[in-house]
Design a protein around this ligand. Structure first.
Ligand SMILES: Nc1ncnc2c1ncn2[C@@H]1O[C@H](COP(=O)(O)OP(=O)(O)OP(=O)(O)O)[C@@H](O)[C@H]1O
Ligand SMILES: [Mg+2]
Length: 320
């Protein structure tokens, strides 16, 4: 069964004065998938380490699982599955030996262990590779072994720290889809860290955007994209076009329209398959930077002037 995890007023400081996390309260509902998103050093791994029991919060902070205080409970008693940044498989064990490790440690009988490992091999699509040495696997297969190893003891909470960090874009995307399907089946409360906003949006029921040890916004991917709390969040989860003052819009709020009231000059365009991404220099007083627009069909050449209409309902008023 999955659990509801709560970080209550958790901060994390170091003797050198660094504050990896300012006092933070965050809830992770039973069975939900949360993406922790933010720039390098913002406190994502720290948040996971507090949940795992690998780090203690500063005085006053508590970690609760289903309402029970587990702040003093060591990592091995928390019933957590983890795949951490730079995870390491055991090189002297084959695939099945890696996946079964956590079960062995817990003294699960051999027959039960074998059955569970077989189930994990099937779930992570590694059938037939149980006796393969881990140094004879592809990057994506290794990643799946790490995931299977974390899942085998049936954790109630799954923590993934950039699980696809080391993989190329295509493989990432394939594994992302697999993980989404797997999580939908297992319904384990999952918290995963990513730098990649597309990954966060695709996998998370909830997205938590962090900066400098603080949570800036927490919400559904749709809510965070459509109503970002400020400019940083807005830019982190997508592209913002500046309209002047505190007014911004997403690329899809602008469309070519000869009767439109806004204009811009095409700077450059990038063909991306289904659409072309166009960068414009806005010709609107007060608008800073470039605008980005996604167009299907024919694309005006660089240097040409475009007249645009704005969906005024989609204007975002964002504080700095
Ligand atoms: N032992 C430590 N002593 C001092 N500062 C530390 C220590 N461990 C982490 N930090 C600092 O705490 C902050 C948060 O680190 P954390 O590892 O949580 O970041 P992150 O969001 O996971 O970054 P990344 O995306 O690069 O993995 C960073 O500024 C980091 O330098
Ligand atoms: Mg990290």
């Amino acid at each position: 069964m999955s659990l509801t995890a709560l970080l209550q007023n958790c901060a994390r400081s170091f003797p050198d004065g660094t504050r990896a996390l300012h006092p933070t309260t965050l809830e992770f509902a039973a069975g939900s998938v949360t993406a922790l998103l933010g720039p390098s050093g913002c406190g994502k791994t720290t948040t996971l380490r507090l949940l795992a029991g690998l780090a203690m919060p500063d005085a006053g902070g508590r970690v609760l699982f289903d309402g029970t205080d587990v702040t003093g409970l060591p990592v091995e008693q928390r019933g957590i599955g983890m795949v951490f940044q730079n995870y390491a498989l055991f090189p002297n064990r084959d695939v099945a030996g890696n996946i079964g490790y956590g079960l062995e440690v817990r003294g699960v009988p051999k027959a039960e262990r074998t059955a569970r490992v077989a189930e994990m091999l099937r779930l992570t699509r590694l059938e037939g590779l149980g006796h393969r040495r881990v140094d004879q696997l592809s990057g994506g297969q290794r990643q799946r072994v790490a995931l299977a190893r974390a899942l085998a003891p049936a954790p109630r909470l799954l923590l993934l720290d950039e699980p696809f960090g080391a993989l190329d874009a295509r493989l990432r995307e394939a594994l992302r889809a697999e993980l989404a399907a797997l999580l939908a089946t297992l319904r384990i409360t999952t918290i995963f860290v990513t730098h990649d906003q597309a990954e966060a949006m695709a996998l998370g029921d909830q997205v938590v955007v962090m900066q400098s040890g603080r949570v800036l916004q927490q919400g559904s991917p749709r809510a965070v994209y459509q109503q970002p709390a400020n400019r940083f969040v807005g830019q982190f989860v997508g592209t913002l076009n500046h309209l002047g003052g505190d007014r911004f819009c997403r690329p899809e709020a602008l469309r070519p329209d000869p009767a439109g009231t806004l204009g811009g000059v095409v700077l450059v365009s990038f063909f991306e398959g289904g659409h072309t991404r166009l960068h414009l220099r806005p010709e609107v007083p007060g608008a800073e930077g470039e605008w980005v627009l996604n167009l299907g069909g024919t694309v005006p050449a660089a240097g040409s002037r475009m007249t645009l209409a704005l969906d005024s309902a989609a204007v975002l008023h964002l504080p700095a």
